[in-house]
Design a protein around this ligand. Sequence first.
Ligand code: NAD
Ligand code: G6P
Ligand code: MN
Length: 433
Amino acid sequence: GLKIATIGGGSSYTPELIEGFIKRYDTLPVRELWLVDIPAGKEKLNIVGNLAKRMVKEAGVPMEIHLTLDREEALKDADYVTTQFRVGLLDARAKDEKIPLKYDVIGQETNGPGGLFKGLRTIPVILDIIADMERLCPEAWLINFTNPAGMVTEAIYRHSNWRKVVGLCNVPVGMKMGVAKALDVKPERVHVDFAGLNHMVFGLDIYLDGECITEEVIEKITSEGSSMTMKNIVDLGWEPDFLKALKLLPCPYHRYYYKTADMLAEEKKDAEEKGTRAEVVQKLERELFELYKDVNLNKKPEQLEKRGGAYYSDAACNLIESIHNDRGDVQPVNTLNKGAIASIPDDSAVEVNCMITKSGPKPVAVGDLPVPVRGLVQQIKSFERVAAEAAVTGNYQTALLAMTINPLVPSDIIARQILDEMLEAHKEYLPQF
Ligand code: NAD
Ligand code: G6P
Ligand code: MN
């Protein structure tokens, strides 16, 4: 049997993961699942961990659920380590979302200044986890969900020697499901050629039963006024002629770049009327944990679908299942580019379709990205790379450089103001600065 350690086990998403492992028990026999958290997350860990135990019992699978605050105990001899932690919890996310708004800049947890700061807080912790893994489970695969997943994967490749890492996001699965829904067909019939970066991924071409239908899908999306989104991103429709000219399927997060003014206005309105997404999620989370406490509940409650992470477990469990069984099927993941996308350095992390094997993801080559999106993707890659360097070195000028080259930040002076205010606000979680 396999041993899996999940860091940030107190997450409200954990029942998704449990459900995924239960469903796949025949091909992925997880004998021990260790949910790890920190003292601040102890209560959540206990509540969600007990639900996990009830789920496993109800399903009748011989999976042991262990709850611990001792990371080393959890990592020892693990086969797979999954990470879903949030340094500074949702209070830190609320700051990432609110402070930039004061300067008329998008406040979002994985894009712009918020994404930078989430990375600055997270990267030192992930490198610490890797140092533990080097000692305690040197053969394990690290499956990282912790955002900003693209920047974190880049940081691991550039600033550690660990190579058995895969960065994961549910956005590509969500896009594929969205296409299937728009066409009213089963998702298995749809294939999307994904390429780009995390939260900056495009569907280059879309196929139904092997036939290319990209233009039809774009026609459909634009004429129906719905543009497919995730629960955490407002569904502002695309300008039809823009999307028809682009000839690509954008991801929900592209709205922050191609509809910056409109998204900023929405964010400001939301912040006033119902709070930022972090505040909405704080309320949702309280409701979820109330449900999780119910000793008669022994399955994943539907309310979890209000979180942005739908299909999270499908992405994680399908990936682990395919590595474990050397499947060779194609899945979109964050991995080393190795020439798959010609416009991005070979030694950078990209989000691209890969063949998933026992020795890891093998990226499917797509050549150059189309001209209209190439520059933006390269710019975001540069941002991620400089940001990762700032996270590791704690160098103020490098952090300012990352902030200023982000396309959502309109000036070097504003960049410095936001940087200074955010460094102060988050100082408890930024020991490197
Ligand atoms: P959350 O706020 O519930 O945090 C999860 C747990 O992490 C908490 O119980 C917390 O105590 C714990 N934690 C904090 N610091 C820790 C540390 N140093 N070590 C171990 N545990 C720690 O967060 P969430 O909303 O469940 O999201 C978790 C993470 O997953 C976030 O980083 C989020 O951005 C990410 N996420 C990513 C995707 C994706 O597509 N890649 C999807 C959903 C969530
Ligand atoms: C999407 C993204 C995740 C992100 C989540 C936020 O699923 O892919 O990376 O963490 O949305 O959802 P939330 O419910 O926390 O706002
Ligand atoms: Mn994501």
